[in-house]
Design a protein around this ligand. Structure first.
Ligand SMILES: O=P(O)(O)OC[C@H]1O[C@H](O[C@H]2O[C@H](CO)[C@@H](O)[C@H](O)[C@H]2O)[C@H](O)[C@@H](O)[C@@H]1O
Length: 272
């Protein structure tokens, strides 16, 4: 499978470095919308069937793979079919949790998560949340989904203000995503998680792929690291739903199937 031609000079340099020195390369990827197609029920989301095999191939030659996700780390491992992969780290909850070799570590959630959880039903009711609005309790965070409402974008817009106000009251961060608004502990984002992981590995190049607003800090961090001399490639898993990321990426592919094709192309290029 041929590799795409990045649209930027820095992207071409990043891809060249990833191919020339795979032993120093880290592949870091978001989960939902990047490895797993978007579906109405988050519990039904599963990685594209080619994702784990492509990552397994790459891990024969590259340094490591990091999945950096808003999901609880263990769920990403399960839904991704990723449990058997060596040198795989899953940084869940936007980097608060770490799963590695079957072991999960995470700090206790701040008290604000329990406060928000308790207040949410009344907040949604007072805001007139339409039928189909759904709360995902992630333990470390709570997320309100509107994808299953009759008018999902309208429900999202209706609930955003009250949820921002609830986040302010409870000391939580607001994380808007694809028809979801999450209230989560502040203090870390995917950019920080990516920077720390690359430093830990002593990475000599990086590929980051994402699809949603929660991935913007990682794209921004990748751009900063490139300015500091670390070659990198920014890949957008494109969708009609989120268009803001295309300007941050060197390569835009067609959703998770496009991401898997790119990973296979990279594996071919490095003889993995
Ligand atoms: O950081 P990610 O791995 O991209 O996780 C972000 C959120 O993804 C999930 O929600 C999204 O995917 C669902 C399943 O396809 C979809 O139904 C929903 O509309 C999307 O927003 C997940 O449920 C959230 O907890 C994650 O934070």
């Amino acid at each position: 499978m041929p590799l795409p031609d990045p649209t930027t000079e820095q992207g071409r340099a990043g891809l060249a470095a990833l191919c020339a020195d795979p032993a120093g390369a880290v592949v870091a990827l978001d989960f939902d919308g990047t490895l797993a197609p978007i579906v109405p029920d988050p519990a039904q989301a599963r990685a594209h069937p080619g994702a784990a095999p492509a990552l397994r191939r790459l891990l024969r030659r590259i340094d490591s793979v990091a999945i950096i996700t808003g999901r609880p780390a263990g769920l990403a491992v399960e839904y991704g079919g990723l449990a058997g992969l060596d040198r795989l780290v899953v940084l869940g909850g936007y980097g608060r949790q770490r799963w590695e070799a079957g072991r999960l570590s995470e700090p206790e959630p701040p008290a604000g998560v329990a406060e928000a959880r308790a207040a949410l039903p009344a907040v949604l009711s007072e805001a007139g949340a339409p039928e189909g609005t759904w709360i995902e309790d992630k333990g470390q965070a709570v997320a309100v989904h509107t994808r299953r409402a009759a008018e999902p974008e309208r429900a999202f817009a209706l609930l955003r203000g009250p949820l921002v106000a609830l986040a302010e009251r409870t000391g939580l961060a607001v994380e808007p995503g694809r028809l979801v608004i999450e209230l989560r502990p502040p203090g870390i984002d995917k950019g920080t998680a990516l920077r720390r992981y690359l430093a830990e590995r002593g990475a000599r190049s990086v590929l980051f792929g994402g699809d949603d607003l929660g991935d913007v800090p990682a794209f921004t961090e990748l751009a900063r690291l490139r300015e500091q001399g670390l070659p990198g490639l920014a890949v957008c898993s494109g969708s009609a739903e989120v268009t803001e990321l295309t300007r941050l990426a060197d390569v835009v592919v067609d959703g998770p199937a496009g991401v898997v094709a790119l990973l296979e192309g990279y594996a071919d290029a490095i003889g993995a």
